[in-house]
Write a protein that binds this ligand. Structure first.
Ligand SMILES: Nc1ncnc2c1ncn2[C@@H]1O[C@H](COP(=O)(O)OP(=O)(O)OP(=O)(O)O)[C@@H](O)[C@H]1O
Length: 744
């Protein structure tokens, strides 16, 4: 049916071929084969090489009359992984799981979401893989496309869930390992060929994470093969270790932000493709092909592309209009959402209360996704069969031409076309893909080295100071980014200065010509002022960028010093010597680069400052001139008004001054009189007091004299009394019969 549809489409373009094909009355194998060849020829003749390859695959896949399996409708599966709760004291844990349910406690009310799987905070990647992915990976080897789409808000741990850590690898390494376990089971019976690509989408731009080339990549679509990316490198993985290495390296490149020097951001979607082709061992005919697509979706809160994914899912549920072309991400996920893929959506959830609303929205999104139906089918790969047919056809034609005595132009042309077809078809062979992959491998080294991240991505840098090395790389990226921003801004400022000078020069000319009217003058002066203000602001931005750049250079230097410190203290003497020598060489190269950079920077700085001074002086003078001319009349009028005001104020001031002076004199007179009165009163009081004092003194002297004589009298009296007491005691002793001497 597919082949008939394709043939019909092509017939409208190529009636000759159509006529030819229609001579066969019933669809038998011969017809199918002929149609294959005719269709292939049309493709080769009509589309550019790259597209031909894919178109050809489509045509090949479309001839499924003999091998086709019916399409099957399957629902998208949804799972949730609750992240570990980090108790920051700001809120409690509100999400828990119960078998395949996620329960959210929202303001004391519980809301339950039933999904296909629910994993708690302690679930290991291996368990998640076993429960939700292993079955899917098995089906990938049966020719079904599989998508594992990790979604959630920014920072909810999507990348962590997929990548994990060195000690505990994430879900993607588990998928890779699971895939190879399954491949190993069929080894001997089947031959399997695995290739891989890694794509990043940021701000609607695509970047090849395995081979960050600068060439444009385009998303294309074929009615049979679906969506493919023209220009994306496909590298061959010969083993589990190879595939894992490609995943890790792509992730490293993504972390480093190969696109534009920005380190990994929330708006980034990473897509890791694993393409599998397999055939019966020894068979050169039909095989199966499938793709496992692992998506680390941008935060569904942060990025319009991811928001568009939400809209597509809602539209798929409600039957609304589907516009996958709204964004690159939705376009790339077209097969996974509503197309030919078995899809598992894995939601990452932060269990803390503060993310309650985001969690509820994400869970509603996942439940909506569960109702999306995909139409899956076994994907057949017939490249080898077609190549044999083409070879047979070529051999037959060659024989015919060789045996024929006259030259048959038509046969020669046919032969040429078949040879071209064969060349195109061969590009789809494993050998040809391996050849291309070797070219990509070489290219990628150059491209990664050009980005300055070859050692880091390939992990060929020394491992002893890996952490510092990673920091240095990130700082270097940031520095490059800032340098670019600084250069761009400086160019903007320079252009602005030039524009300002031109504007001033134009205005001066106009003013000198005397043709400028008031309206025109005002308009131009306003424009000049606005530009001047903008220039001022941008110059400030430029300064702050310069400061940031300086800070980052300092940090970089610190980290470089730290890295050197670590290097020289570790290892045995011989190794240390080697490391030191290597380090010295590296430092020499770096120093050379630094000096060159610094020289260039200083040169640019000097030129910039020179231009700035010149521009400032010229601009200042000319602006002043414009200002003066434009404001002259206003200022003259203002001066006149001010003069009048000054005169009024002066006379007011004189009057006020005179009044104050008079008032002051009166007040002084009044104060003087008051003072005289006080003084007279004081004199009187003083005389009274003197008199009273003298009288008191006289009384005191008299009292003293009297008391003194009185004292003398009392003393005499006391002596007499003592004598009398003595005599009385003597007499008392005598009368008691005691000797007066004894009594004494
Ligand atoms: N289960 C976990 N255990 C420990 N740390 C984790 C876990 N999940 C995430 N993290 C850490 O949380 C941070 C954010 O994780 P990650 O970058 O994976 O989030 P993301 O959802 O991919 O973010 P973005 O939307 O910005 O890409 C990282 O520092 C990561 O190491």
């Amino acid at each position: 049916m597919h082949s008939q549809r394709c043939a019909a489409t092509l017939c409208s373009l190529h009636p000759q071929i159509c006529r030819c094909a229609s001579t066969f009355s019933s669809p038998n194998k011969a017809l199918v084969q002929l149609q294959q060849k005719l269709i292939l020829r049309v493709c080769v003749a009509n589309v550019i090489n790259n597209v031909i390859t894919v178109s050809l695959r489509k045509q090949l896949a479309s001839t499924e009359t003999l091998y086709d399996k019916p399409t099957e409708s399957v629902s998208v599966k949804a799972a949730a992984k609750i992240q570990p709760f980090l108790d920051d004291g700001k809120g409690k844990k509100i999400i828990r799981t119960s078998s395949d349910k996620v329960i959210v406690e929202d303001n004391g009310k519980e809301q339950t979401f039933k999904l296909d799987y629910a994993f708690g905070p302690h679930a290991k990647s291996t368990d998640i893989y076993q429960d939700s992915c292993d079955g899917l990976i098995k089906r990938a080897l049966l020719g079904y496309n599989i998508t594992v789409l990790v979604a959630g808000v920014s920072g909810s741990g999507k990348t962590y869930l997929l990548s994990g850590t060195e000690e505990e690898p994430g879900l993607a390494p588990c998928i890779i390992s699971g895939l190879y376990n399954n491949i190993n089971e069929v080894r001997g019976k089947k031959e399997v060929f695995v290739t891989s690509s890694f794509l990043e989408v940021v701000d609607e731009k695509l970047t090849d994470m395995l081979n960050p080339h600068p060439n444009q990549m385009n998303i294309r679509e074929h009615p049979e093969l679906g969506i493919y990316i023209d220009g994306l490198s496909e590298l061959v993985a010969y083993s589990e270790a190879d595939l894992l290495r490609l995943y890790i390296q792509g992730n490293r490149a993504r972390k480093m932000g190969v696109k534009d020097g920005h380190a990994h951001r929330s708006g980034s979607t990473g897509i890791f493709y694993i393409n599998i082709e397999e055939k019966q061992a020894g068979s050169n005919k039909v095989g199966l092909r499938s793709t496992i697509t692992i998506v680390d979706l941008a935060g569904i809160d942060a990025y319009s592309g991811a928001k568009n994914v939400v809209s597509i899912i809602s539209a798929l549920k409600s039957g609304g209009s589907l516009d996958y072309r709204n964004s690159k991400v939705t376009r790339l996920l077209q097969e996974s959402l509503g197309g030919n893929a078995i899809t598992l959506m894995l939601l990452t959830l932060l269990p803390a209360e503060k993310y309650c609303q985001e969690s509820l929205q994400s869970l509603q999104f996942a439940q909506t996704a569960c109702s999306v139906k995909n139409k899956i089918k076994v994907n057949v790969d017939e490249t080898q069969g077609l190549i044999s047919d083409l070879r047979e056809g070529i051999a037959r034609l060659r024989n015919k031409i060789a045996q024929s005595s006259e030259s048959n132009k038509e046969d020669v042309l046919k032969l040429e076309e078949l040879i071209k077809d064969l060349q195109v078809a061969k590009k789809l062979t494993w050998q040809e893909k391996e050849k291309m992959a070797r070219i990509y491998e070489e290219e990628r080294k150059t491209n990664l080295a050009n980005k300055g991240i070859l050692d880091w991505v390939m992990d060929s840098a020394r491992r002893d100071n890996k952490e510092i090395h990673e920091k240095i790389m990130l700082l270097q990226r940031e520095k490059d980014q800032l340098t670019q921003e600084y250069k761009d801004k400086r160019k903007e400022v320079d252009d602005m200065k030039e524009e300002l000078q031109n504007k001033i020069a134009d205005y001066s000319k106009l003013a000198e010509s005397g043709k400028a009217n008031e309206k025109e003058t005002k308009k131009r002066v306003t424009a000049i002022h606005e530009l001047k203000e903008k220039l001022k602001r941008d110059t400030e931005v430029l300064k702050s960028l310069k400061k940031k750049l300086k800070d980052i250079q300092d940090k970089l230097k610190e980290e470089n010093d730290a890295a050197q410190g670590i290097t020289v203290t570790k290892g045995n003497p011989e190794l240390r010597y080697k490391i030191e020598a290597e380090e010295r060489r590296r430092i020499e190269v770096e120093n050379k680069t630094l000096i060159a950079e610094e020289l260039e920077r200083m040169k640019m700085e000097a030129e910039h400052q020179k231009a700035e001074i010149q521009a400032q002086e010229a601009a200042k003078l000319e602006c002043d001139l414009v200002d003066h001319k434009a404001e002259k009349s206003v200022v003259a009028l203002k001066i006149q008004t001010l003069q009048q005001e000054k005169e009024h104020l002066q006379s007011d001031l004189d009057r006020t001054h005179k009044r104050h002076k008079d008032e002051l004199e009166i007040q002084q007179l009044q104060h003087f009189q008051t003072f005289r009165q006080y003084r007279e009163q004081f004199e009187q009081q003083k005389a009274i007091l003197d008199q009273r004092y003298r009288k008191l003194l006289e009384d005191a002297v008299q009292d003293a004299v009297f008391l003194s004589s009185r004292n003398n009298l009392l003393m005499e009296e006391s002596e007499n009394l003592q004598k009398e007491i003595g005599e009385l005691k003597d007499r008392l002793s005598v009368s008691e019969g005691k000797a007066p001497a004894k009594a004494k």
